[in-house]
Ligand binder design. Structure first.
Ligand SMILES: Cc1cc2nc3c(=O)[nH]c(=O)nc-3n(C[C@H](O)[C@H](O)[C@H](O)COP(=O)(O)OP(=O)(O)OC[C@H]3O[C@@H](n4cnc5c(N)ncnc54)[C@H](O)[C@@H]3O)c2cc1C
Length: 438
């Protein structure tokens, strides 16, 4: 586009992640002229995932093309591990015929999403940083980049967790440290054969495995940190997410925590002889339902991470991004049809979000992370160690009567934790479950 030229679109979408692409294609499918603006030279270079995309959401955006997406492996095995200092108690599930998610590289995947959007008529402007929004008569109606002003009837902000634009225009507050997780990740090269062997994956298949880790950091005051591992075709990712407030409270360095995880006797053999290919870090919004931004104003809507749509307990973010983007795109179409871009019309977006899993889940999970954070020491240290002791007795023969061993276990269990603390743990657990189900 030429300098100083003012262009006009029906919809401008800022940010070409899952939320932005879903918003752009949904609006373009209904005949709108849509511009998708991305600051990177190609989509995905600035983005990060653990990680796997959820196929149910991808299928909703690209029902006919999702199978062509550049996925690394279909995640059909998932293991949750409670790590004590030297051992692990695992719960695993295996869905050989029906994987729910697929591991991806964002640079390949997001670029593919954009190509699909372009095929559906979306105009894509890479290497274009939106610096300001244009507002006339109280209504957002365009963007300003380094080179030009571009006008539109509707703006959809899908510019990710930091969303400087939403903050600049008072649509969102600055996230507090307690509502933000810093996630760091290493991508580690391993041969395909080693990955298949170590993660019990059928040879030559596109199946894959994921693991989550709780505990095992060998710190008396461990922060609440969730570790993750995903298999790609010939590499794996290993990382963890830790609350920013905990990092500063305990004076911790996230890379030290990742080193501790890598040194854990259960994790170490999984990455043995691997070669680090990439180190990355990114923020995840965790404010949830209680910290929702203004989801729409005159001429504008917020989608995906920009709106804080993440369910950290289940590592869900891309599905919230895809579906909120889709709903924003559909709302834009409805507004264009009646030529009314006011907040009153765009409130339809909020209504659609409320009817979908996006706001239903955020609402029912609104207290879960806080409840868990309040029991950090129990979850990071006490229960993983207790579980390890229990299963050592349960699964091992030590020539001591089982009755004596279990009695000793119970005495230690109760001694190590006051009744008050046990009740607090139980209460946090019960009200979390109740909150989700009510
Ligand atoms: C370590 C980690 C692991 C994760 N694991 C998972 C997982 O396993 N499964 C899952 O579903 N989710 C996972 N998530 C969450 C998921 O990655 C996000 O929820 C999702 O990417 C949000 O999509 P989005 O489109 O809203 O934002 P993003 O993907 O962040 O895209 C925002 C885009 O906006 C662009 N942009 C920003 N500002 C501007 C501007 N001013 N002008 C132009 N462009 C701009 C950026 O360059 C970027 O491309 C993980 C996140 C992290 C950090």
């Amino acid at each position: 586009m030429e300098e100083n030229q003012t262009q006009k679109f029906d919809v401008i979408v800022v940010g070409a992640g899952p939320a932005g692409v879903a918003a752009a294609v949904s609006a373009a499918r209904g005949g709108a002229r849509v511009l998708l603006v991305e600051r990177s030279s190609f989509a995905g270079t600035k983005n990060m995932i653990g990680g796997a995309v959820f196929l149910s959401a991808l299928k909703q955006i690209f029902p006919n093309a999702w199978e062509q997406a550049p996925v690394e492996r279909y995640i059909n095995k998932h293991t949750w591990s409670l790590l004590s200092d030297n051992s692990s108690v695992d719960i695993s599930c295996d869905f050989p015929q029906n994987p729910k998610s697929a591991s991806i590289f964002r640079s390949k995947f997001d670029s593919w999403l954009v190509e699909k959007a372009k095929e559906e008529g979306v105009y894509f402007a890479p290497s274009t940083l939106v610096k300001k929004l244009i507002k006339k008569n109280g209504c957002f109606c365009g963007v300003e980049t380094e080179l030009e002003r571009i006008e539109a009837d509707i703006i959809i902000l899908a510019d990710g967790v930091n969303s400087l634009l939403a903050r600049k225009y008072g649509l969102r507050y600055d996230y507090e440290a307690k509502d933000t997780v810093l996630s760091i990740k290493e991508t580690i090269k391993l041969s395909k054969e080693i990955i298949e062997e170590r993660f019990n994956i059928e040879k030559g298949s596109k199946n894959g495995a994921a693991r989550n880790f709780l505990g095992g950091l060998k710190l008396e005051n461990a922060p609440f940190a969730l570790g993750f591992l995903y298999t790609y075709t010939d590499s794996i990712s290993l990382g963890l997410g830790v609350n920013l407030e905990d990092l500063s409270r305990y004076g911790l360095n996230p890379s030290d925590l990742l080193e501790k995880l890598k040194e854990h006797p259960v994790v170490k053999p999984l990455i043995q002889d691997g070669q680090m290919l990439e180190y990355s870090a990114h923020l995840i919004p965790e404010g949830g339902y209680k910290k929702l931004p203004k989801l729409c104003e005159n001429g504008i809507m917020l989608a995906g991470d920009a709106a804080g749509f993440v369910n950290a307990i289940h590592f869900e973010g891309t599905n919230f991004a895809f579906i909120s983007g889709k709903l924003a795109g559909e709302t834009a179409l409805a507004a264009i049809k009646i030529k009314d871009y006011s907040k009153k019309t765009l409130k339809l977006y909020e209504k659609k979000l409320k009817q979908s899993f996006v706001l239903k889940d955020l609402k029912s999970y609104q207290n879960v992370m806080r409840n868990l954070y309040s029991r950090t020491n129990s979850l990071m240290n006490y229960y993983p160690k207790a579980a390890s002791k229990f299963f050592k007795i349960f699964s091992g023969a030590s020539c001591i009567p089982k009755r004596d061993e279990f009695r000793e276990f119970i005495v230690d269990f109760v001694k190590g934790r006051s009744i008050r603390e046990l009740l607090k743990d139980a209460w946090a657990f019960i009200i979390s479950i109740f909150g989700v189900l009510k």
